[in-house]
Design a binder for this molecule. Structure first.
Ligand code: SF4
Length: 99
């Protein structure tokens, strides 16, 4: 019985640890001062909805020159935020087209 309880407890914990080591969630918060100053949103659709004057359809962190995340990742480092993780589908007013 104890072994069964142990396994039932550890399996989800191991799954969580495994996914945590693979996933890289965005850690730049929209509400922090630098993000607010740059109009950063974790979903470019919010920029579209807010009618951000600098936003154009199709722009997102994943297609920005300052983003160095891998294709398909949910988040990746942004040079403008000192290499901290931004959402691949995010956006800010400093968006620049990849060369
Ligand atoms: S500079 Fe580019 S990658 Fe960084 S938050 Fe702005 S749009 Fe996203």
């Amino acid at each position: 019985m104890k072994r069964r309880v142990f396994l039932m407890t550890m399996a989800p914990a191991a799954a969580l640890l495994g996914s945590a080591s693979l996933a890289q969630p965005a850690n730049v918060d929209e509400k922090e001062p630098q993000a607010v100053a740059l109009g950063y949103v974790d979903d470019a659709a919010k920029a579209a909805a807010a009618k951000q004057p600098k936003y154009a359809a199709g722009q997102m962190c994943g297609s920005c020159a300052l983003y160095s995340g891998k294709a398909g990742d949910a988040a990746g480092p942004c040079a403008l935020f000192g290499g901290r993780q931004v959402a691949a589908k995010g956006w800010c007013t400093a968006w620049a087209k990849k060369a």
